[in-house]
Design a protein around this ligand. Sequence first.
Ligand code: FEO
Length: 392
Amino acid sequence: MRKLNGNVFAVGAIDFDRRLFDKLIPTPDGTTYNSYLVKGSEKTALLDTVDPPKLDVLLGNIARANVERIDYLICHHAEQDHSGSINDLLTIFPEAMVVTNAKCKVAIVDHLDTDEDKFIVVDDGETLSLGDKTLKFLNIPWVHWPETMGSYLVEDKILFPCDFFGSHLATSKLFVDDFGLLYESAKRYYAEIMMPFRTHIKKHLAKLEDYEIEMIAPSHGPVYNKPKFIIDAYKDWTSDQVKNQVVLPYVSMHESTRIMVDHFVDAMIQRDIEVIQFNLAKTDLGKLAMSLVDAATLVIGTGTVLTGPHPLAAYVCFLINALRPKTRFASIIGSYGWAGKMPEQIQNLIKNLKVELIEPVISKGCPKETHLKAVDELADTILAKHKEINIA
Ligand code: FEO
């Protein structure tokens, strides 16, 4: 249990050991499941719970805060890492009512079968008095589920935005103190979880301009007591601005594609374009997602398996398509043995991206001088495109 200030406590759990979320998202630095206790002069509210395996930690921290009664369980988000312990809390604190919005109530009942009579449904902008403290609720859908809301503690100027602004960073420190480390974790988190909803997040950032915020207490990672840092980072990540960068995920079976990849990387360096290369045989997908937050161009490198891309390339295209980065240009370099429709299949896999496709360079077998010359021409085209949008 740690204190944010006089009567606001962090009572959640640190999970140093977690290495994967949703059997998909790497969490190399673990995570935290943040839960906050707000003691008003008349009522006490618990803001979110924890992932069920950490329930004992939550209960121990609530006891340390000398709380015997919880009046309100504020549920910002129905995903189980925050809501999963609600039913246990309702058993231990039977007087508590779950406070959430209508959509989140439906999701909690769907996922946890919570008693429908235990809910108080609140609308966007509605307030809840705890006596000398007031919670104001803000609907912030699609960060990353459709039902998510946040709370603003009016008197203390603390924003509790749930997953929004979070980071998968297990640390015993309550407040951010290593901004470099936090920036990396928060950007990874944004890339993996929030990036598909960039347009919604921009609207939420605009909505928050109306609030004086002294602290942001998200549901994962440390608390921001200098919130401008993370708000500015989000403004940058969600802006339409891209950087003079090319992201190059590739997989090569018999070196043909790799020869072209090496040539392309050198061509990028010669043209002063930053290139970020990932060998898909051993890539941290979180790092790949992070690189796509800013990059102007995506180039996929792959050989051909049967008639299509290597499955690792197909998988990463599927993921990139789901993440919807703001990338502006895309191309493909690669090879085939005898036939196939690899470039067409890749284009079909990344249809969500609003990119201009630059002519792919594909070699039959080992690349010849003509293919390497075509790679140089691809590099020239990318440079020209980057100049057109004033980033090179
Ligand atoms: Fe941290 Fe969307 O749950």
